[in-house]
Design a protein around this ligand. Structure first.
Ligand code: PD2
Ligand code: ZN
Length: 586
């Protein structure tokens, strides 16, 4: 097995190689055979989530790329072609495009190239490959393994030959217009072209994502920018959507220009008008069962599963995260959060655990299970200065404070007691809320303001939980904080088609893995005379009169909306939750 020291020296050597490649950029290279317009391309390969490349390919001609592009009939064919071709043109002497951790786990460190190639990174084997909704469409490589999916640094999935060609064009233009590396840590910003008489080499960075895994951005340094030009500009905002790195460990990003003030208002208004008991704003709960009130989450929340704005936001967030289509079941629905004075949410992991194995669902995302991997938080309102309400990452320190200047928690608590900020808001000495305020003033804390959005990951790219992603909602010391979040899963979540089931569960005991049919009863108690002529509707479709003491029932599904109308007016609206039997009463 390769020791840590050996691996470090390998990394050192590959860094030297990269520097060498950059250094030789001003020297001529031989023109590649058969190139039709004097363009040769070198692909720089990154493993998912890794800012440093694992290797580069030999020079590839435009003609070869034209051939890959025209052979691929769909995105799955293209992904397999790219995987096979990248393996064949990768400079194996200088690259390390395989999974070292996996090799260590499986004691597989022999020198057989096949065993240590990109193929073993792309196909991590059945025990470590979650089955995603399109699994059956994947096409095996020449090595009879599952292919990687291929992305740009900005999270655009390469799904067609045209897209590959467009990428090349952009890289060519960039290399001819850039004359230096303005930031040596950001390879994508460098002039990587090799100019020779009549020949130009263009470098194209590709990010390989193993089968069954999800794309993750690869931040290298705080302040780094990822401009997502493939996302549509929002009308009114009209500025590119981009990420700015706030922390690399845990991985936290600001997202700029991703939603509008009108969208924020619409989400808050809809949450305030929601009357359904399952979706309206109420005291928050936590955990896998979603029905446990927790004394250290005092905030309130509601869900917006079907609003037009919520749907648009969800789709945009999926696209931003690297999905080329919206996959139903990969998120918990847009959760609208309200924090009144002193309300807070103690530091926690968004990643869920089920130690008692109460669920049949497999939460082990490091293997082939699913869990939350990304959280996108949208802040809807401004808070006055010093009003708290930050989102704090309790295991991370602010980037602009040197390690020896970091404030100890006890010192921060003493300071709070001296300046009286917390007492003024009604937070008592020695409470968990007081400790949180101190934490929020010492650790990496994101100050909410209207229009701000952040993304953070709760998993590492290999699916392991990121223990440094613990975070909390700081107590609000003045005003009200409104926010919304989307928790995104690396597989369909519990109850949805394709949700992963634990190996030790007998499949015969499972009813069905598709959306669960649920049973709802609707009751008019007759106590409210205004409801005497109430009628029940499924969405806008009439179901029947809901007369006092004549309940109606229906088979229905989670997220479906049932309305009660009196005349033309919708007087009550219910959204079906996830329990097998549900009753709704007026
Ligand atoms: O509202 C917040 O700041 C907050 C705090 C903790 C949000 C979340 N967790 C979350 O969305 O998971
Ligand atoms: Zn959280």
């Amino acid at each position: 097995m390769m020791t840590k020291l050996q691996r470090q020296s390998m990394r050192f050597l590959s860094t030297i190689c990269c520097l060498f490649l950059i250094a030789i950029k001003s020297f001529p290279v031989a023109a590649a055979d058969g190139d039709d317009n004097n363009t040769v391309v070198s692909f720089v390969i990154h493993l998912n989530g890794q800012p440093d490349p694992c290797g580069t390919t030999r020079l590839v001609t435009q003609e070869q790329i034209d051939k890959w592009s025209s052979t691929a009939q769909n995105k799955y064919e293209l992904e397999t072609i790219l995987t096979d071709e990248m393996v064949s043109v990768l400079n194996t002497e200088t690259s390390s495009c395989h999974d070292e951790d996996l090799e260590e786990q499986t004691n597989n460190n022999n020198d057989d190239d096949d065993e240590r190639s990109l193929y073993t990174f792309c196909d991590r084997g059945p025990e470590l490959t979650p089955i995603l909704l399109d699994h059956k469409q994947l096409i095996k490589t020449q090595h009879q393994t599952l292919p990687c999916r291929w992305y740009t640094r900005e999270g655009l999935r390469i799904t067609s030959g045209e897209q590959l060609q467009a990428l090349l064009e952009t890289a060519k233009n960039r290399s001819s217009s850039t004359s230096s590396c303005s930031n040596p840590q950001d390879a994508s910003d460098c002039d990587t072209s090799t100019q020779a008489e009549g020949t130009a080499t263009t470098e194209v960075h590709l990010y390989a994502v193993p089968a069954g895994r999800v794309f993750m951005f690869a931040p290298a340094y705080v302040g780094e920018i990822f401009q997502l030009d493939h996302l549509k500009l929002l009308p009114d905002v009209n500025k590119p959507i981009y990420l700015k790195v706030l922390s690399t460990n845990p991985r936290v990003f600001d997202i700029l220009n991703v939603f509008t003030p009108e969208e924020a208002d619409a989400v808050v208004q809809r949450a305030l008008n929601e009357t359904s008991p399952t979706h309206r704003i109420k005291r928050s709960t936590t955990g896998t069962t979603e029905n446990a009130v927790f004394t250290k989450r005092t905030s309130e929340n509601g869900f917006d599963t079907h609003g037009t704005v919520a749907l648009a936001l969800k789709q945009r967030i999926f696209e931003l995260l690297g999905y080329d289509e919206y996959w139903d079941g990969h998120d918990d629905g847009l959760q609208v959060l309200r924090y009144n004075l002193t309300q807070a949410y103690i530091q926690h992991d968004d990643y869920l655990t089920d130690p008692g194995k109460k669920d049949t669902f497999d939460y082990e995302s490091a293997k082939k299970g699913g869990n939350r991997y990304a959280t996108v938080l949208l802040y809807m309102t401004d808070l006055p200065d010093g009003a708290g309400g930050e989102t704090v990452f309790s295991e991370a320190w602010p980037n602009d404070v040197l390690p020896h200047h970091r404030t100890h928690l006890k010192t921060a608590i003493k300071e709070l007691r001296k300046n009286g900020d917390t007492q003024l808001a009604g937070i008592t000495e020695g409470s968990w809320e007081e400790e949180m305020v101190a934490l929020c003033r010492t650790r990496l804390a994101i100050k909410p303001h209207a229009g701000r959005a952040v993304l953070f990951y709760s998993q590492h790219p290999n699916g392991e939980m990121d223990r440094n992603a613990k975070h909390g909602g700081c107590p609000v010391l003045n005003g009200t904080k409104w926010a919304a979040n989307l928790w995104v899963w690396n597989t369909p979540r519990k109850g949805y088609k394709g949700a992963p089931i634990r190996d030790d569960v007998d499949p015969a005991t499972l009813s069905d893995n598709g959306p669960k049919q649920l049973f709802a009863t609707f009751v008019n108690t007759g106590k409210d005379p205004a409801m005497a002529n109430a009628e029940l509707y499924y969405e806008s479709q009439k179901w029947g009169p809901l007369h006092p003491d004549k309940p109606l029932s229906a088979n229905t599904y989670e997220g479906h909306r049932w309305n009660v109308r009196v005349g033309d007016e919708v007087v009550t609206s219910w959204v079906i939750g996830n329990e097998q039997k549900q009753q709704f009463v007026i």
